[in-house]
Design a protein around this ligand. Structure first.
Ligand code: PMV
Length: 311
């Protein structure tokens, strides 16, 4: 019997979330620790999903996951090969709603596994086109950064509508990721900033523009290998995200714990209002200390990983 497995990793936004919706750049990194796989097997008839989110025929999928069903149908249509029935088994380590790109990663794993199952070549462009179908359904008006960063194995510089570029990293560093244990709601966080922009345009625009500038500065800090400066910029971005109202008490608490434990900088990552924070550490000893402090002071869980220098 034919079988196939497709894999995708999660992602982290280093800096630039929310401002990226308004045309500013953002920097995102692959987060290889957390992955999702989709394994496909032949089934007697119909297309079935087996996952923690939902198990059963995809034509009875709950509304909130409808984007995945549409993505699966479009992908099979695109491939254009006959099948009797398929079973898609999804196993994801990526917690949902934590700004780690779980929805995009699941869609990437599904599309990759289907192309592999039918022995068809998948171009980068086609992968993005098909995953975007699921993302638009899940997020409404996504900037596209989630999809780009889960498709890519390198750090990316992302600008809405302009695509991606590479980011040079001169000096490796560690990131500690800490989960608040609460799911964020990116769609409502993005909506609330839009609302704020209507209500108090000057201040809101100022915060958005500042995040854009900090992102440009962060790229230079990465190129120069200036981690102290990078940490400072992460902190400054967090201040603006707080002003924009997308941080919250739980996030601020973890950010302070990380800073007091020696992080060079710390901020929320992704949509905010729950979700995860990231903390910058110079080396693995520092990362371990930050991680321990976060675990002892309210983080649901933490992950540390090394971001390597680029060639
Ligand atoms: O999906 P999340 O929670 O990682 O957020 C994506 C980043 C935002 O800038 C908040 C939204 C977007 O579409 O770019």
């Amino acid at each position: 019997r034919n079988r196939a497995i497709g894999k995708a990793h999660s992602k982290l936004i280093l800096i630039g979330e929310h401002a990226v919706v308004y045309g500013h750049p953002a920097i995102a990194l692959p987060f290889p620790t957390l992955t999702v796989t989709c394994a496909i097997e032949e089934a007697d008839s119909g297309i079935h999903l087996d996952s923690k989110l939902y198990s059963g025929p995809i034509d009875q999928i709950p509304k909130r996951l409808k984007g995945l069903a549409i993505c699966i149908h479009k992908t099979i249509q695109e491939i254009g090969k006959h099948h009797n029935g398929l079973l898609l088994k999804i196993e994801s380590m990526i917690p949902i709603g934590r700004g780690l790109g779980s929805s995009a990663a699941i869609a990437v794993a599904i599309v990759r596994s289907l192309f592999q199952y039918f022995n068809c070549e998948l171009s980068d462009e086609k992968l993005r086109e098909l995953v975007n179908i699921a993302e638009i359904y899940a997020h409404g008006n996504p900037s596209g950064i989630d999809m780009e960063s889960v498709c890519c194995d390198e750090p990316i510089w992302f600008e809405r509508g302009k695509g991606i570029a590479s980011v040079a990293i001169r000096s490796s560093f560690y990131l500690v990721v800490a989960d608040t244990g609460r799911a964020g709601d990116t769609r409502s966080a993005v909506g609330s900033i839009k609302h704020k922009l209507d209500k108090s345009p000057i201040q809101t625009k100022q915060s958005i523009d500042r995040i854009g500038q900090y992102t440009l500065d962060a790229r230079n800090a990465l190129i120069q290998g200036n981690l102290v400066q990078l940490g400072l910029l992460l902190n400054l971005a967090q201040t603006e995200l707080e002003k924009l109202g997308v941080s919250d008490h739980g996030i601020n608490h973890l950010v302070n714990i990380a800073r007091n434990a020696g992080a060079l900088g710390a901020k929320l990552t992704g949509g905010g209002r729950g979700g995860c924070i990231i903390a910058l550490a110079e080396n693995c000893v520092q990362a371990r200390e930050i991680s321990e402090q976060l675990n002892q002071n309210g983080a649901k869980r933490t992950w540390s990983f090394k971001v390597e220098e680029t060639q």
